[in-house]
Ligand binder design. Structure first.
Ligand SMILES: Nc1nc2c(ncn2[C@@H]2O[C@H](COP(=O)(O)OP(=O)(O)OP(=O)(O)O)[C@@H](O)[C@H]2O)c(=O)[nH]1
Length: 320
């Protein structure tokens, strides 16, 4: 926006000196609008709307400049920034649609103003213009496509535990914030489980770290299979897992925890001839009664998990 504001002012000066006043004032208007939008865009939540409000007039002025009787044919060079700007500001799909539209309009304007290109044997020039524009469009599209994919991959990596592919603590906190706002609005309950495998150190010590990792993947898979799509199982570190249970009060959370405990007990890890019996202890905490923030809830559930371990493991504790 700063670049377009500066260019707008520069062309205001150039075109006023040439006496092309309509275009000069349009360019001055675009420059002022760009500066105003620069301030608005930093604060708005409707970024796409404001981006379109900036881009459409800007591109339309470019088309008017192409059409104006006294404008130079070199104005057409500006059309090459259309795909770059559109993809940068509007993303892959909308960027492509808006670019294609304005590039076609620009080509029609150019041929309308320079009909000689159509009549004489100037096909090489036309091919140069259209193919170089098509190449710029393709590069902008492919660049936006791959950078969008890299951003998505990074988002997944930043929120996933690499071993089990469950959500990690970062994602768990984000999901809790969202579910808490939802619970407040709908007046619905929300619970958290903290689940820890019993005597996991013995698994590592007897069978090695690699088998320990496979056991963690096995447990993650069981959690994923058993829980509802709206529940969020996470691996927060080591052999400790948490589960976020939206729309679930304490009593129901205890039932879910019992089901998970039984499932892990009934489905030992099997790898070839190796069978490793498993069990886990689970602490339950309910949002509201046991705390308001994720840290308070995890701490409450952790204390109960500790009680479960003290009482002999392989059990669920929701009080105390
Ligand atoms: N294989 C594997 N082991 C891990 C990983 N992260 C932590 N551990 C191991 O998990 C074990 C946890 O041991 P402890 O904290 O003593 O817990 P525990 O043996 O399960 O005992 P209780 O929790 O009291 O029942 C340690 O041996 C850690 O090395 C991991 O990513 N992979």
């Amino acid at each position: 926006m700063i670049i377009t504001a500066l260019c707008g002012m520069l062309f205001f000066v150039i075109n006023s000196r040439r006496g092309v006043m309509i275009l000069a004032y349009l360019e001055l208007g675009a420059a002022v609008a760009s500066l105003a939008l620069y301030i608005v865009v930093r604060r708005t939540r409707r970024l796409l709307l404001w981006t379109l409000l900036y881009l459409i007039p800007f591109l339309t002025i470019m088309m008017i400049a192409l059409y104006m009787p006294r404008s130079s044919p070199s104005v057409f060079l500006w059309v090459y920034i259309v795909p770059v700007l559109c993809h940068l500001l509007l993303g892959q799909r909308l960027g492509l649609a808006v670019s294609v539209f304005y590039i076609l309009v620009a080509l029609v304007m150019f041929l309308y103003k320079n009909p000689a290109y159509l009549h004489s044997n100037q096909y090489a020039e036309i091919a140069n213009i259209t193919l170089s524009l098509a190449a710029t469009l393709a590069f902008a599209y492919v660049y936006e496509f791959s950078s969008h994919r890299s951003r998505s991959d990074l988002m997944v990596m930043a929120s996933t535990d690499p071993l089990t592919r469950l959500a990690n603590l970062y994602r768990f906190r984000e999901a809790f914030d969202y579910e808490k706002r939802r619970a407040l609005r709908l007046n619905s309950p929300l619970s958290v489980l903290v689940l820890d495998l019993d005597h996991f150190k013995a698994v590592n010590d007897s069978h090695g770290h690699k088998v320990g990792d496979l056991v963690l993947i096995h447990v993650a898979q069981r959690l994923r299979e058993r829980l509802r799509g709206t529940d969020l199982p996470c691996r927060v570190g080591g052999e400790e897992f948490t589960v976020l249970l939206p729309d679930t009060g304490r009593d129901e959370a205890v039932l879910v925890a019992e089901t998970l405990r039984e499932l892990i007990e009934q489905q030992p890890y099997r790898g070839g001839r190796l069978v490793i019996p498993l069990s886990c202890s689970i602490g339950v905490a309910e949002w509201g009664a046991d705390g308001d923030t994720i840290d308070e809830l995890v701490e409450a559930a952790d204390q109960r998990l500790y009680i479960a371990k003290q009482r002999g493991r392989n059990q669920v504790v929701a009080e105390g």
